[in-house]
Design a protein around this ligand. Structure first.
Ligand code: CDP
Ligand code: CDP
Length: 217
């Protein structure tokens, strides 16, 4: 039994999970963990050491992660996107990161965002949200997030390149054997194509408060 709530936020790449989870955690006074950063940090170290993440297990790297690894500023590059998804297939890596994620929430509860929070890390989470949008919407979001311009002549080409990479990563994440991306049966889905970040937050808060009230009753 836990005294503080655990809120699971899952969904495909660039759906707005991190943005939502950070704000949700602030409003509810809970710690927030972006679990994608764990996989990114393992991938980053392997790229730095020129270890091929497709061939060699990153389990030892995962076990040796320190908080500073998660604060690096070079974790969101396209090479790390792809390498993170590769290391995330590795059962040894995933196992090494499980306890870290569970311990994070133990003392004060938490909002955690990722791919398998509601299915594997916290199957008994108090609230499970599944945040999604079309690949096109998500590609535009990532393009803008990375400083893309509304009027650049190569805008379309750039967005479709991002979209193809997102689709490939979602496919890999959804079809892998261990802890694939999947909506938990008891998650609430938020389709965000037509919603801005503030509207997604409002909807998530409404769902969360209703779920926590129901539990108290
Ligand atoms: O921010 P974005 O949605 O693009 O990616 P992320 O959440 O930082 O996750 C990067 C990669 O880590 C994903 O493509 C997954 O392969 C992996 N991941 C995972 O397997 N399980 C999680 N709980 C979180 C991330
Ligand atoms: O964590 P994840 O990869 O799912 O997405 P993110 O990095 O939180 O969000 C990607 C971008 O979409 C950010 O620049 C947000 O400001 C923007 N955005 C959003 O998060 N939610 C919306 N409903 C609309 C845009």
């Amino acid at each position: 039994t836990r005294s503080a709530p655990v809120i699971a936020v899952d969904g495909p790449a660039a759906a707005g999970k991190g943005t939502l989870s950070k704000r949700l955690a602030e409003v509810l006074g809970l710690p927030h963990l972006d679990t994608g950063l764990l996989y990114r940090a393992v991938a980053r170290r392997m790229l730095d050491e020129a270890v091929d993440p497709a061939c060699t297990s990153g389990e030892a790297v995962a076990r040796a992660l320190v908080p500073e690894d998660l604060k690096r500023t070079d974790l969101r590059t396209p090479d790390v996107d792809a390498a993170a998804s590769l290391v995330a297939r590795d059962q040894g890596v995933r196992q090494a990161l499980v306890d870290m994620q569970r311990l994070f929430a133990r003392a004060q509860g938490a909002v955690l965002d990722g791919r398998d929070i509601g299915t594997v890390i916290f199957p008994d989470a108090d609230v499970k949200l599944y945040i999604t949008a079309s690949a096109r919407t998500r590609a535009v979001r990532r393009y803008m997030q990375n400083g893309g311009s509304e009027t650049a002549p190569d805008r379309e080409a750039h967005i479709s390149e991002i979209e193809q990479a997102l689709i490939a990563r979602d496919h890999a994440d959804s079809t892998r054997a261990s802890a694939p991306l999947r909506m938990a049966d008891d998650a609430v889905k938020i389709e965000t194509d037509a919603l801005d970040a503030a509207e997604v937050l409002a909807e998530a808060l409404r769902i969360t408060k209703a779920a926590l009230e129901r539990q108290k009753a």
